[in-house]
Ligand binder design. Structure first.
Ligand SMILES: [Zn+2]
Length: 256
């Protein structure tokens, strides 16, 4: 009984919180708005503390609409612009990289791993953030495959015999943070930086109806509704971890 109680306590509590701000962070998302949803508050906080922020968006977001008459190419162009605007909201000096795969058709193959490992070796992030591929019952294949690409590219980037044609030194990040994690064990306080997360999400105008729950007129009240939703999610996380301030939760992996 005691052993079970101890086990449950360990499972229920984060083991770590608020890691030191990295000098360079790379966030990898399947679609143009995934990074803000997953870790926008954490990135905004780190950016304010002089962390260089890189975004890598793996697909073109060309299926992100409920409008069957929307032109996929035009939507992809629009979402690319929105993604850059959102990233600059999080950090004015953010660099946004695009892998350009077709939305809904993302796969984890040696080609994707090579391209992502190349970027990791080139920009040398201390921390990488991404989707948790181990999350159970995850439906969207792009989110699953983005998680696998992220994990597998870290292995490829750190070991010298992977992709020697890169002609770049290998690089091993210090930490991997997985959002929407199956077993979260790390808490980052986001506090007031949630405002930046909401402002960044609002740059994704093409997603107001399908993802952000803003339908009809784009009004101040609809936008404050989104702010309330984000705030409630963050408060639920902080309540779960018995923290005073709002936050984002992750699975932390340091054995990279
Ligand atoms: Zn997504």
């Amino acid at each position: 009984m005691t052993n079970l109680a101890t086990y449950l306590k360990v499972q229920d509590q984060p083991t770590t919180a608020d890691m030191p701000t990295p000098a360079i962070a790379l966030a990898i998302g399947a679609h143009p708005d995934d990074i803000e949803f997953g870790c926008g508050g954490t990135l905004a906080k780190w950016a304010r503390e002089d962390c260089k922020i890189h975004y890598l968006i793996l697909t073109d977001g060309s299926k992100g609409t409920w409008d069957e008459h929307r032109d996929a190419g035009e939507l992809a162009d629009t979402r690319r612009i929105e993604a850059i605007e959102a990233a600059r909201t999080i950090s004015p000096s953010a660099e946004v990289h695009f892998l350009g795969r077709i939305d809904g058709e993302l796969e984890s193959t040696p080609k994707e791993r090579s391209e992502v490992a190349y970027l990791i070796r080139r920009i040398k992030p201390e921390v990488i953030l991404g989707h948790d591929p181990f999350k159970r019952y995850r439906l969207h294949p792009d989110h699953r495959n983005a998680g696998w690409i992220t994990c597998d590219s870290i292995v490829a980037a750190r070991d010298p015999l992977f992709f020697p044609e890169h002609k770049l030194p290998r690089h091993r990040p210090n930490a991997l943070l997985l959002w929407e994690a199956d077993e979260p064990d790390h808490f980052e306080t986001t506090g007031d930086y949630l405002d930046s997360k909401v402002t960044a999400l609002l740059q994704h105008r093409s997603q107001y109806e399908s993802t952000l729950g803003i339908s009809g007129e784009v009004s101040d009240s609809a936008m404050s509704q989104l702010a309330d939703t984000v705030a409630h999610q963050a408060e639920a996380v902080s309540l779960r971890w018995n923290k005073k301030e709002a936050g984002e939760e992750f699975k932390l992996i340091t054995d990279l």
